[in-house]
Design a protein around this ligand. Structure first.
Ligand code: AMP
Ligand code: MG
Length: 313
């Protein structure tokens, strides 16, 4: 089967759209771009004109009826928090900013003067209320909502589904910076996904590759979105209990699940939870690959052993 791929950028990272029928690449890519654009316009914390930024810009307590997409993204973030006991929590916005991640990553200075870093638990997701039936949301004053972790994975899931629908069920893979979702009829031997710490890494012969027929794969890593302030290394995954970048044993976690949102929730939660994540992933039946700080790899929950390819002759 010939497959065709489009590469572009979205959410400040690499976007890839892959289809099983090359004639479908253009319509699949348009469908993906529509979804990505809608999520960016509703959920981005880096654009002042996003629905979320406008909602949070007014002083005091925020009460509003939100759009269908923002409602979906908020519900998704709150579900993530509930499933992970708050290891993934959308109220990390202030902590992310305090750690110095204030602008789109591409524009963030890699080095800078010291910044105050103090332990301060995040406000906590339970303080946000959202009623799906009316799409009414209430956010107490001072809580900065960051939908970054779940909204990008949601975009992958919705984009893959929309693109496959536009193709009458044709096979589509969407990757948004390490958040991979597939939909429709897969290739006979599945979608081959190379697992890497950096979603921009080139595909190589000796890269570790898995195959999926449905669902999603997500990778969260502390190695790529990093910066330094006053000589202190910082990264973008916050431990809600301390409000500081997570300091657990794992630098990268990849998870396979029934959709990309669930894979991403588990991957981000594993970085925050540290060693305890291994048993949790195993119990949840989620195949996962965890890389520790020294580069050693653990595979749990049925993640396949690495197959070494024979060298080319
Ligand atoms: P991911 O790449 O999926 O692990 O998501 C990381 C992004 O989600 C960061 O860039 C932050 O915007 C946000 N974030 C960081 N830590 C957390 C956390 N513990 N819970 C929810 N969102 C987080
Ligand atoms: Mg992710």
């Amino acid at each position: 089967m010939t497959i065709a791929a489009f590469r572009g950028t979205a959410f400040g990272t690499l976007m890839q759209v892959v289809v099983t029928d090359p004639d479908h690449l253009e319509s699949a890519t348009s469908a993906v771009e529509r979804v990505v654009d809608t999520i960016d316009r509703t959920c981005s914390r880096f654009r002042d004109d996003s629905e979320l930024s406008i909602l949070l810009a007014s002083p005091g307590r925020h009460e509003s009826t939100v759009s269908e997409m923002l409602g979906r993204a908020i519900a998704c973030a709150l579900r993530a928090a509930e499933l992970t006991d708050g290891a993934v929590d959308p109220t990390v916005g202030g902590a992310v900013r305090n750690a110095g991640y204030t602008v789109d990553f591409g524009a963030l200075a890699p080095d800078g003067a010291p910044i105050p870093l103090t332990i301060h638990p995040v406000p906590g997701w339970r303080r946000i209320t959202y009623a799906p039936a009316t799409r009414a949301v209430e956010i107490p004053a001072g809580i900065e909502v960051d939908l970054g972790a779940t909204a990008k994975a949601l975009a992958s899931d919705l984009a893959a589904a929309a693109a496959s629908d536009a193709l009458g069920g044709g096979g589509v893979l969407v990757s948004l910076g390490g958040d991979v979702a597939v939909a429709g009829m897969p290739p006979d031997d599945g979608w081959h996904v190379q697992i890497a710490e950096n979603s921009q890494a080139p595909i190589t012969r000796d890269g570790e590759t898995i195959a999926i027929h449905s669902g999603g794969v997500a990778t969260s890593s502390t190695t790529v979105r990093r910066w330094r302030r006053g000589g202190v290394e910082l990264h973008h995954i916050i431990d809600p209990a301390t409000g500081l970048p997570a300091i657990g044993p794992w630098r990268t976690v990849s998870v396979v699940a029934g959709n990309c949102v669930d894979a991403n929730i588990a991957a981000t939660a594993a970085i925050v939870r540290g060693f305890a994540a291994m048993a949790w992933l195993e119990t949840a039946g989620l195949p996962a690959r965890l890389v520790d700080r020294s580069g050693d790899v653990r595979r749990v929950g049925g993640w396949p052993p690495r197959v070494l390819r024979r060298p080319e002759r």
